[in-house]
Design a binder for this molecule. Structure first.
Ligand code: C2O
Ligand code: CU
Length: 453
């Protein structure tokens, strides 16, 4: 058993050239790294030192339902001043993260990474880096709660300073496969996702740092590094690339995929990818560009001598081949056995900017209809996106399979006006939240539950 303690508390953080008052786990964002072997029990005492009730959700883990951390569904909220003990077995190896499932608290900086190690894994790499991406709204005088109420009041019009590309962003050639070479220079980079998000953020962070004063990641020339990427942002997908290198993507949402080399990788909110990179000698930029928005986060990679990149560094790879999770294939051992679905549930994703609300099958949570399953059956979820915004859809307590031998995932980007099917095994009974991982979409209605005993 691994034990840990998380204190959710008000803090003052230095983001690199910028100090903000916010909430975090401990005195950093990301919070403490938790690490456990697959099959081990993790016990975490969560001390709520916030002025609000909170909760902790273990994003991506197929754990026991009463430890899933969703107030009103799987537990009572942890009241201000109280402590709650989470204890569960971590079933599958992989890269996961934890965050509150209470309002838009995630967007304050309450998040941390949970790595579940595979005691059997050969570990064919020399070093490991964890890279957590975030869009940072705090420090502008508005808290995420104020952003949410502004969105609800203003209906997301331009006074929000947001990018509301609700009009036909062309999706030509955007099939489920690889994007192919997008070509062109950084300035001409076309957004892959249509509506880029509802909020313009003042800062984008990589491991809690702005590009003005970025983190440094070190290795030796020739070393192969496993990078575990986590997008903890609330309204921003990131396009990541390493200057002068290609990445080989090896895992998606914890599960192994057939390795694919790529220039760049698109990571939706709540998605995780592991990639390996074998480094040359010098100083390189790891750039995470806010997809369809202005701004980027940065890390300095140092394997030798050289001048560090500037905050606005452009790396050519960002405009190269971009991989999405939907283009990956599961390795044999991570596939669901071929079986036809016993049941298909449609989840029609819709929304309006005025009033600002997001729906599943025309309803907003908690008025959405629970999706009823039967234990042991094979279930197909059909995400039908009828909006001009992309939605990273996340299912708790299960890992689904993309059709046709695609990756096992728990969070997947559904593009504007696209339909995407995922299959899962109903093998973990309970009440499981299923929602968009744009926290503002989830909070204004785009959430339902999978429900079975
Ligand atoms: Cu990270 Cu309900 O999700
Ligand atoms: Cu959404």
């Amino acid at each position: 058993m691994v034990t840990a303690r998380l204190a959710a508390q008000p803090v003052t953080l230095d983001l690199g050239g910028q100090t903000v008052k916010t909430w975090a786990y401990g005195d950093t964002a990301p919070g403490p790294l938790l690490r456990v072997d697959a099959g081990d029990v993790l016990r975490v005492d969560v001390a709520n030192q916030l002025p609000d009730a909170t909760s902790v959700h273990w994003h991506g883990l197929a754990l026991r339902n009463d430890m899933d951390g969703v107030p009103g569904l799987t537990q009572d909220p942890i009241a201000a001043g109280e402590t709650f003990q989470y204890e569960f077995t971590a079933p599958h190896p992989g890269t996961y993260f934890y965050h509150p499932h209470s309002g838009v608290q995630l967007d304050r900086g309450l998040y941390g990474v949970l790595v579940v190690d595979d005691p059997q894994e050969p570990g064919e790499y020399d070093a490991e880096w964890i890279v957590v991406l975030d869009d940072w709204v705090d420090g502008t005088g508005r808290t995420p709660d104020q952003v949410l109420s502004d969105l609800q009041r203003a209906g997301g019009d331009d006074s929000m300073g947001g990018m509301h590309d609700m009009g036909g962003m062309g999706m030509e050639g955007m099939d489920h496969g690889s994007m192919g070479s997008m070509g062109g220079m950084e300035a001409m980079r076309s957004p892959l996702l249509g509506g880029a998000g509802d909020i313009t953020y003042p800062y984008y962070l990589l491991n809690g740092r702005t590009a003005a004063d970025p983190a440094t990641l070190s290795a030796k020339p020739g070393q192969r590094v496993r990078i575990r990427f986590v997008n903890a942002g609330s309204d921003t997908a990131f396009r990541v690339a390493v200057g002068g290198h290609r990445m080989t993507v090896t895992h998606s949402d914890g599960f192994p995929v057939v390795p694919v080399p790529t220039d760049a990788l698109l990571i939706g909110m709540g998605e995780r990818f592991d990639a390996t990179v074998t480094f040359g000698d010098g100083v390189f930029a790891l750039v995470a560009s806010a997809e369809g928005k202005q701004g980027q986060a940065l890390a300095v990679i140092r394997t030798g001598a050289g001048r560090p990149p500037t905050a606005d560094v452009k790396v050519r790879e960002l405009s190269g081949k971009v991989l999405l999770g939907t283009a990956l294939s599961a390795v044999e051992s991570a596939r669901l056995d071929r079986r036809s679905a016993d049941r298909t549930h449609d989840l029609v994703l819709g929304g309006t900017m005025a009033p600002y609300r997001w729906t599943i099958n025309g309803k907003t949570f908690p008025d959405t209809d629970p999706l009823r399953l039967i234990q042991g059956e094979r279930v197909r979820l059909r995400f039908v996106n009828q909006s001009m915004m992309f939605h990273p859809m996340h299912v708790h307590g299960h890992t689904f399979a993309l059709r046709g031998g695609g990756a096992r995932k728990d969070t997947v980007i559904v593009r504007p006006m696209a339909t995407l099917d995922v299959d899962l095994e109903a093998d973990n009974p309970g009440q499981w939240a299923t929602h968009c991982h744009n926290i503002y979409h989830a909070e204004t209605g785009m959430m339902t539950t999978l429900s079975y005993q």
